[in-house]
Design a protein around this ligand. Structure first.
Ligand SMILES: Nc1ncnc2c1ncn2[C@@H]1O[C@H](COP(=O)(O)OP(=O)(O)OP(=O)(O)O)[C@@H](O)[C@H]1O
Ligand SMILES: [Mg+2]
Length: 450
């Protein structure tokens, strides 16, 4: 990670020395420069997180310096400082890409907060790029978003099973990304060039499922005028995704068990078996332990399927991923998320809701906002009433009054409101910043609030 340095440019030596002292005392790496032209040289040779520049200086003025710095190092934030600051020059500076505008005499509290916020923002950005880069080296997970510890565990599993083709059982509530994960497992495996065949077992009539899966021979039933392959044969060399596996009838369960044990299928009406090379991934949103207890699901089939077990977390358990997911869906529907802003109030509402329909519901909420014509700023008014009207301190929808869960949620809301700024979140919560850091570590809140 680059270290975060601050450069302060002013032609007044006295100001430079005050700033130098103050920022060093705050623990920042700070350099000062009295000439705009020399400042540009420095920015070309080393990386600064942020440059503060006086507006009126002899050689080149602050606006020109801002323009040249942005040209040489676009990721460096520039803040114009001026005693002659008028609204017009502030607006002009922002238009040219100034991050903010600082008035002289400098308010040192605000000065410090500004720097902290910029460094924190850049640190999180680098951290996210680093994590993403590391994960991307191993597999493609482009469409699976989330950096919470629970999602990272899932990436680790996907990563581990990219070789060999162990059978996978994915459990999780509706809308948590089971189908998406199955697809990603396939794309990340050495079968990626083979077919990926999803089958919704719950949507196919019991009497048809067997022949859909395994095919049939001519004359096997009325209307079977010729031999036909099933979905297992179609998936040869690839992956079959058996969604809603708990809905499968006892007869089909027996056939599936045979496929998993012997890697052979028998078409309906046939006496011979065919060898198939298919990886099976199954998913369910039902509690399969209960189905086994009630004897509606075979325990031996469960063990065959559950070689690798993945449980998708409900969205209410990975609330810290909401900002990333929201950005992801904005890009998904708009092609790009630049220029889009979600107000802190709207983000607070999104992070305070309990999401019974999980990520699918969140995706629908964003899609709905676009359908209603929202432009560039997504605010509370653009959210459905059940989310917009919920006060963020209303925990009545919680299934239990777990104080730790509530504490975690409040901290995440504060982080959401402050765009991830821990110092500001601490102020908002009335606790000190070290407590915020401790709670973040305790609850495994990911660095995703940007
Ligand atoms: N982690 C994620 N990142 C980005 N998009 C996601 C994520 N999880 C789910 N989605 C999106 O949410 C929607 C629902 O996901 P998916 O269909 O995979 O859920 P599911 O668990 O299979 O639901 P069901 O049990 O109802 O079939 C999809 O559009 C999917 O792309
Ligand atoms: Mg699904």
């Amino acid at each position: 990670m680059k270290n975060h340095k601050v450069l302060f440019v002013d032609d007044d030596q006295q100001i430079l020395s005050i700033v130098q002292q103050f920022l060093s005392r705050c623990g920042f790496a700070v350099e000062t420069e009295s000439s705009g032209l020399k400042a540009i040289e420095r920015v070309r040779n080393q990386h600064f997180s942020v440059v503060f520049s006086d507006l009126i200086m002899p050689e080149i003025n602050g606006m020109e310096l801002l323009r040249r710095i942005k040209e040489a190092s676009p990721e460096t934030e520039v803040i114009i400082v001026s005693g002659y600051g008028t609204i017009e020059s502030a607006i002009e500076a922002m238009r040219l890409g100034s991050y903010d505008f600082l008035q002289k005499p400098i308010n040192f509290d605000r000065f410090k907060i500004l720097i902290e916020r910029i460094i924190e923002k850049q640190r999180l950005k680098e951290e996210n790029l680093r994590i993403r880069g590391r994960l991307k080296e191993h597999f493609k997970y482009d469409e699976l978003v989330g950096m919470s510890p629970k999602m990272q565990e899932i990436y680790d599993v996907i990563d581990k099973i990219s070789f060999g083709s162990p059978t996978v059982l994915i459990e999780g509530e509706s809308g948590t990304g089971k189908g998406l994960t199955a697809n990603i497992i396939h794309n990340n495996s050495d079968r990626r060039d083979g077919p990926f065949i999803p089958v919704n077992c719950g949507a196919i009539a019991e009497s048809l499922l067997e022949r859909e899966l395994f095919g049939h021979i001519k004359g096997a039933f009325t209307g079977a005028s010729k031999d036909a392959d099933g979905l297992f044969q179609a998936a040869d060399g690839g992956t079959i995704f058996l969604d809603e596996i708990a809905e499968v009838s006892p007869a089909v369960q027996v056939s599936l068990l045979r496929v998993l044990q012997e890697k052979r299928v028998r078409p309906v009406g046939d006496t011979r078996e065919q060898e198939v090379d298919v990886r099976v991934i199954a998913a369910t949103n039902k509690n399969i332990d209960e189905a086994i207890k009630n004897k509606t699901f075979r325990e031996d089939l469960f063990y065959r399927l559950n070689v690798i077990s993945i449980t998708m977390p409900p969205l209410r358990e990975i609330m810290e991923d909401i900002p990333l997911l929201v950005n992801h869906f904005i890009s998904k529907f708009k092609g790009d998320n630049t220029g889009w802003v979600v107000t802190p109030e709207a983000m607070g509402k999104l992070m305070g809701y309990h999401w019974p329909g999980n990520i699918r519901q969140l995706e629908n909420v964003i899609q709905r906002a676009f359908a209603m014509g929202v432009k560039e700023v997504l605010d509370v008014d653009d959210l459905p009433p059940e989310i917009a009207q919920k006060t963020t301190t209303d925990f009545s929808a919680e299934s239990t009054f777990n104080l730790q869960a509530i504490e975690k949620k409040v901290i995440m809301q504060a982080l959401g409101k402050t765009g991830g700024n821990k110092a500001e979140a601490a102020k908002l919560l009335g606790i000190n910043i070290t407590t915020v850091y401790r709670k973040i570590a305790k609850y495994g809140i990911g660095d995703t609030h940007i």
